[in-house]
Design a protein around this ligand. Structure first.
Ligand SMILES: *Cc1c(COP(=O)(O)O)cnc(C)c1O
Length: 357
């Protein structure tokens, strides 16, 4: 018996979420965004789950090469472009699509000898102020790219800062994009999960969903289930010890939790070194043998404690779901003052991963 913790990746849920996104964006092609090891779900598992994805989008060259090594024949887009002229040559060699977001990347495109032309996503800044050329420069930049013999095609790309927030929405960024790009007659990619779900008019030729694929909601006001999405990862562990607490006794580091009544607690084989958030407070929901209970005291590196006081049938070897099919990751994230994205991405390498259809 090894340490009883596991992450299960539900490939059927990944496939269902992809199909749901396709149905929500019937006129668009879909980049399955698989950066950060597919938000913790594993690149290989995504390739298995989505053999017919239109395309994949990823961050860095080594991961793009891994996708090709896994047999991916579809387009692969490098969302942050390349970080050197040498990487640009690899794009030509392996047919990776790339974003170009600054003058440095533009210069590499104009001045590097390539074995074949590359597909370029011109990244425009419409207000996020992270990556991208000022949108107003689009016509000039497109002209330059058209002059460039190594450019096979040009797609315009931008990213929304507040598509998840109904109060702010996408209107201002859309207006800036439309003003700068109308008349250019090029394919467009704007929408992340939140935008494609909440603002169908942003879907255009290519959508770029990440979080929705993995079955977490990009919105704080709407659950994944309400959006028709299914959890693609279940993190669970077992109770490896049981403690009886007398009134006044404390739990774990810092002794911050004090029992105000006699309690029975279970010690679970999951800690922050597995990816469970250390800042999750007492009261954060967990499922013990399918029944809702809660976290008690401070999360430590390898263990956390849960309340078994009202669960007399549970004890040693009880199954604890930290998040997943039966306990939405977004509920845990909310309790821990973070977002589902961060929890998924933080799953540690030491957690054994299993795949279930
Ligand atoms: C990560 C990322 C996405 C996916 O965002 P979600 O909110 O997970 O859907 C889309 N586009 C870009 C440029 C990204 O970096």
């Amino acid at each position: 018996m090894t340490r009883p913790i596991r992450a299960v990746i539900h490939t059927d849920a990944l496939a269902a979420n992809y199909a749901h996104i396709k149905a929500c964006a019937p006129g668009s092609k879909v980049f399955a965004v698989v950066k950060a090891n597919a938000y913790g779900h594993g690149l290989a598992n995504m390739v298995t789950a989505l053999p017919h994805a239109d395309a994949f989008a990823i961050l860095e060259m080594p991961s793009a090469l891994s996708l090709r090594a896994l047999g991916v024949k579809q387009p692969i887009l490098l969302l942050e472009g390349v970080f050197s002229a040498a990487e640009l040559q690899l794009c030509a060699k392996h047919d990776f699509w790339l974003s170009v977001h600054d003058e440095c990347g533009m210069g590499w495109l104009e001045n590097t000898d390539l074995s074949s032309p590359v597909h370029v996503f011109l990244k425009l800044n419409t207000g996020m102020n992270r990556l991208g050329f000022p949108a107003e420069q689009a016509p000039l930049l497109v002209e330059r790219l058209k002059q460039c013999s190594h450019v096979a095609s040009i797609t315009l790309m931008a990213h929304f800062a507040t598509a998840d927030d109904p109060g702010q929405g996408v209107a201002a960024q859309r207006a800036r994009f439309d003003a700068a790009c109308h008349g250019l007659q090029l394919p467009v990619s704007l929408a992340n999960s939140a935008a494609l779900l909440a603002y169908p008019e942003t879907q255009q030729q290519w959508v770029r969903p990440g979080i929705a694929l993995y079955g977490s909601s990009p919105f704080s006001e709407k659950s994944a289930a309400e959006l028709g999405l299914q959890a693609a990862m279940t993190l669970s562990a077992e109770v490896i010890s049981v403690q009886e607490l007398k009134v006044g006794e404390t739990v774990g580091y810092g002794a911050g939790f004090v029992a105000v009544r006699p309690m029975r607690i279970g010690i679970v084989a999951c800690g922050y070194a597995d990816g469970y958030p250390r800042h999750a407070p007492t009261g954060t929901p967990v499922l013990v043998d399918g029944v809702r209970s809660c976290l008690i005291g401070r999360v430590s590196m390898d263990m956390l404690a849960v309340d078994l006081s009202d669960l007399p049938a549970s004890g040693l070897a009880s199954q604890v779901e930290l998040w997943g099919k039966n306990l939405p990751i977004d509920e845990v994230a909310l309790a821990a003052d973070t977002i589902g994205y961060e929890l998924m991405c933080a799953i540690a390498a030491r957690v054994p991963v299993f795949v279930e259809p």
